[in-house]
Design a protein around this ligand. Structure first.
Ligand SMILES: C[S@@+](CC[C@H](N)C(=O)[O-])C[C@H]1O[C@@H](n2cnc3c(N)ncnc32)[C@H](O)[C@@H]1O
Ligand code: SF4
Ligand code: SF4
Length: 437
């Protein structure tokens, strides 16, 4: 427990001042998964096989207390959300509230029961992980997935999406985890996104969790990565499909000399579907966005981003409702800031919450985050405006971050890059307190 007088003083000022409920929550409705992707941490550590499904009782408590207030629910991103045995029941409950939902899924089980129609009732963002543009690569990485079945499920999703009015159509992204063995398929992946009617491609570097994964990292193939990034960028411009890419690598002379790249496959092999209507949600700009490199962002050397605005779409009544809820929430946070003299320094601590499959609550999903309570033992209000979260807020607002925050890019981005004193203070932050549920 910290005894830092600055933090203790801030905590005293917070007490008695309540924050409005979060606008976004993540519900870990299951930790299990039906696939065996070799780069997945949850698969590697066995959680996708032995992990728990969220009991309905836990979900019900979250729904009763949070759904009248939140704008957005994100289903589990640790396992495969559609695998939860009670998922349809969860969706039935969610459908009774004015909320939107988002999901990251392998899309292999979408055909089961009524998952798809029920998901469509609240869905706002549909992100599908494929990692390959050919059957061979997809089935090699997404072990257990069947290319034809997954493509058929995505066609079914696109048909369901196009039946919705434009203002209520969920955004549709295809995700590609970049590895040494699949980066040459990134250009064709843009074609795949176009053929399936997706709005954009989101590509992310593979995170390396142990040394056996290092050979799959693009750090081992930087010139190859730059080569296929450039091809994917060109394809994205030609096809008018948005793409998110990491920045190009800076190459040493030796690295730049590498030219022995695999051949990028051409020509999609997916079953034709004449019944499918293509079309984007309309609210996703077809732009190329480079994920800013953290170092450049901190030092403020990141140039202006070129953004082509998407054509305007009509705003749905639910979106209008959420806009006014959000305005009220931000006004209440502003009043909290005035009353406490502290700043909202992290969107997660002031506006988001994570629920584990067993009902434990944490502020975010960063490594080292503490558990701050349990919905099975306390009300959400006791947790949200309770001492554990308030302490984290007091630490962060006074630039004495709790240790997980001290290493978090979100906190560091909130610091003034030119204020040496603040950086020095944050680097020395003790932040030593433990809260476990
Ligand atoms: C853990 S999965 C859970 C959701 C769902 N099962 C899926 O695969 O989409 C969440 C996301 O992390 C991605 N992912 C898995 N292993 C990764 C790694 N080592 N580095 C970066 N992203 C990874 C997946 O491709 C997916 O987009
Ligand atoms: S489908 Fe998702 S959760 Fe399952 S093993 Fe693959 S990345 Fe992990
Ligand atoms: S670790 Fe990062 S995201 Fe999580 S509460 Fe701290 S600053 Fe916010």
């Amino acid at each position: 427990m910290s005894t830092n007088p600055v933090v203790e003083n801030a905590l005293r000022r917070i007490e008695g001042n309540r924050l409005p409920y979060p606008y976004w929550i993540n519900i870990e409705n299951t930790l299990r998964c039906n696939l065996r992707c070799p780069m997945c941490m949850q698969y590697i550590d066995g959680t996708t096989v032995t992990g728990q499904h969220m009991p309905f009782e836990v979900y019900q408590r979250i729904a009763d207390q949070l759904f009248p207030h939140v704008q957005r629910v994100c289903w589990s991103v640790a396992g495969e959300p559609t695998l939860a045995p009670d998922f349809e029941k969860f969706l039935d409950v969610a459908g009774r509230y004015p909320i939107k939902s988002e999901v990251v899924t392998n899309a292999t089980l979408l055909h089961r029961g009524n998952v798809l129609p029920k998901l469509m009732e609240t869905l706002e963002l549909f992100q599908v992980s494929l990692d390959g543009a050919t059957r061979e690569t997809y089935e090699r990485i997404r072990v257990g997935g069947k290319w034809d079945k997954t493509i058929a499920n995505l066609r079914a999703f696109q048909r369901a999406r196009m039946r919705k009015p434009a203002s209520e159509r969920p955004r549709f992204y295809l995700i590609f985890v970049l590895m040494e063995s699949n980066v040459h398929e990134l250009p064709l992946f843009v074609d795949l996104a176009k053929a399936l009617g997706a709005d954009r491609v989101e590509s992310n570097h593979m995170m390396v969790f142990d040394e056996t994964m290092e050979q799959q990292s693009l750090l081992q193939a930087k010139a190859r990565a730059n080569h296929f990034f450039a091809m994917a960028r060109r394809r994205s411009e030609q096809l008018g499909i948005g793409i998110t890419l990491p920045p190009d690598y800076k190459l040493s002379e030796a690295e730049a000399a590498e030219a022995d790249f695999p051949i990028a496959p051409e020509g999609l092999e997916i079953p034709a579907d004449d019944a499918m209507e293509s079309g984007a949600s309309g609210d996703s700009p077809s732009t190329i966005v480079e994920r800013p490199n953290l170092f450049r962002r901190i030092l403020g050397r990141f140039g202006p981003e070129k953004v082509i605005e998407a054509p305007p779409v009509e705003i749905s009544p639910l979106t209008q409702k959420h806009e006014s809820m959000e305005k009220r929430r931000l006004d209440e946070i502003a009043s909290w800031e005035v009353a406490t003299g502290l700043r909202n320094t992290c969107d997660y601590l002031w506006g988001k919450a994570y629920f584990s499959a067993g009902g434990d609550v944490s502020p975010c999903c960063m490594p080292g985050r503490p558990l701050v309570g349990s919905i099975m033992e306390q009300t959400f209000d006791e947790i949200w405006n309770g001492e554990a979260l308030n302490r984290m807020r007091a630490h962060l607002s006074t630039n004495h971050p709790y240790h997980c925050c001290a290493h978090c890019s979100l906190f560091r981005d909130s610091l003034d890059p030119d204020d040496e004193a603040i950086w020095d203070q944050a680097a020395r932050a003790d932040g030593a307190f433990e809260v476990t549920a």
